[in-house]
Design a protein around this ligand. Structure first.
Ligand code: ATP
Length: 454
């Protein structure tokens, strides 16, 4: 059984330290969350899995980590200043503000029908650089990570001697002043994105769009999402943004419904075309914003045609927080153990589990047992498998329960037999089967190396 309600996930996340409401002690801040001790591990593991599959396993992608503070001109020419807005209506009675496409003529807060006409509301957070608050010093917190990939295109090409097709990948924070943040970490005001801009020759874009769609579905399956819980939504031609040629959304069956987890768009030459110098020299296909301020031509040499081209771009863009929510939804199980017993278990893939191995003393106030636990923990850390935690609650039943709930694949218990008998051995308990067996301490490194390589 997968998680049935968001409440079950929210409750587990708070109880076990995955995700907390930001500024909880002051009543919280809407649409902003903090990742706790285990949430940070889970999120890092997901980001690492993405980075590994994009940058390390392939030979045609480079990484980037650009600034969050964004020069106004970037978002002017990208089109965000003009168009990055949702039509909003205000309720004249309770002063609530809602997305026009989310209501049907009635205020969802107070029920009043006394509403304003829909008007655009810009979703970008503004800030100032330097000591003087003036229009010249206006900057934005980026609403997506992608723009810096476009503005750094030439620097990356020049420093890596890349030829088409190739991509630039980036993971980082983005900010949108969402009007109606909701559904836990699904729609928030501060979130993380993992975005790839994959640059291709015009004409090869449709082929690459299909390749990336398939690759991304496969990757999500490798992270543990079942294919039957995914849906591929193809945006109808009439609903596409003017610059997009085609767009797929990978949707996931979240507790609140089938919704977007990742978008995969064919954006043609719109983005590089917007930011390039000398727009008139290139036969740009997309309808771009006229740009007289760019100092650099964002093009690449095509050896076949012996000409300079502004590449097309295929953009798979995933929300990391939505990814975490999907993983939690998929992994959450309540199991009936018979005889009135049950357990909650997070069946996360082992590469994503926040804690890989918990080392548990059978008795916490026994010095010898504790010393052995410390020694085993430090040795296992050297394997580089991720977090190995010393669990010092000292109550074995509670420790197993806790580690089932946070998805720890293996628990190692150090008991009296470990310290009293030769060769030294420990009990290993498997999260999913709950089966236990004895392994010699000397064999632990190989055992775990094999287990986590599988
Ligand atoms: P939506 O239609 O749900 O607002 P979008 O189409 O505007 O999303 P994109 O601009 O395509 O989203 O951003 C790419 C990805 O970033 C989305 O697929 C989503 O996973 C994530 N994302 C976008 N906005 C948010 C948000 N407010 N909170 C969390 N994740 C977000």
């Amino acid at each position: 059984m997968v998680a049935k309600t968001m409440d079950q996930l929210v409750s587990l996340c708070k109880r076990r330290g995955f995700i907390f409401q930001n500024a909880d002690i002051y009543g919280g801040m809407q649409g902003v969350y903090d990742y706790g001790p285990l949430g940070v591990e889970l999120k890092n593991n997901l980001k690492q899995a993405w980075w590994r599959s994009m940058v390390y396993e392939r030979d045609d992608i480079e990484g980037l980590d650009a600034a969050i503070l964004t020069n106004r001109k970037v978002l002017k020419y990208s089109g965000h200043e003009d168009t990055f807005s949702d039509p909003m209506v205000d309720c004249k009675k309770c002063k609530g503000r809602f997305r026009a496409d989310h209501i049907d003529g009635k205020c969802p807060n107070c029920g009043s029908t006394d509403l304003t006409e829909p008007r655009p509301f810009n979703l970008m957070f503004k800030t100032m650089t330097g000591p003087v608050e003036s229009a010249d010093n206006l900057a934005y917190l980026r609403p997506e990570t992608a723009q810096a990939i476009f503005t750094q295109f030439k620097n990356v090409v020049d420093s890596t001697s890349r030829k088409l097709p190739f991509g630039i990948a980036q993971i980082g924070k983005s900010f949108r002043n969402e009007i109606t943040p909701r559904n836990f970490i699904f729609r928030v005001r501060e979130f993380e994105q993992a975005e790839l801009e994959f640059f291709v020759m015009p004409g090869e874009d449709e082929k690459w769009h299909e390749i990336w769609k398939e690759a991304r579905i496969k990757w999500w399956e490798e992270q543990g999402l079942k294919r039957e819980n995914l849906n591929i939504y193809t945006t109808p031609k009439d609903d596409l943004a003017h610059y997009a040629k085609a767009c797929y959304d990978i949707e996931y069956q979240f507790p609140h419904g089938m919704e977007e987890l990742e978008g995969i768009a064919n954006r043609r030459d719109y983005d590089l075309g917007n930011h390039t110098k000398g727009q008139e020299e290139f036969k740009l296909e997309a309808h771009v914003h006229e740009n007289k301020e760019s100092t650099t031509k964002l093009c690449i040499r095509d050896d076949d045609s012996n000409s300079w081209v502004v590449p097309y771009v295929i953009e798979p863009s995933m929300g990391v927080d939505r990814g975490v929510l999907a993983l939690l939804t998929e992994a959450y199980k309540e199991e009936d153990l018979g005889e009135g017993n049950s357990r909650i278990v997070l069946k996360l893939k082992k590469h994503l589990a926040p804690i890989k191995v918990a080392v548990i003393p059978l008795k916490k106030n026994n010095e010898q047992i504790m010393a052995k636990c410390h020694e085993i923990k430090q040795n296992l850390l050297k394997l580089g498998i991720g977090r190995v935690a010393l669990e010092n609650t000292g109550n074995i039943g509670k420790a197993y329960r806790r580690h089932d709930e946070v998805g720890t694949p293996l628990c190692i218990t150090v008991d009296f037999e470990t310290i009293e008998q030769q060769p030294e051995s420990v009990t290993i308990r498997d999260r999913d089967t709950m089966e236990q067996h004895r392994v010699n301490v000397a064999d632990l490194p190989n055992y775990l190396r094999d287990y986590f390589a599988r």
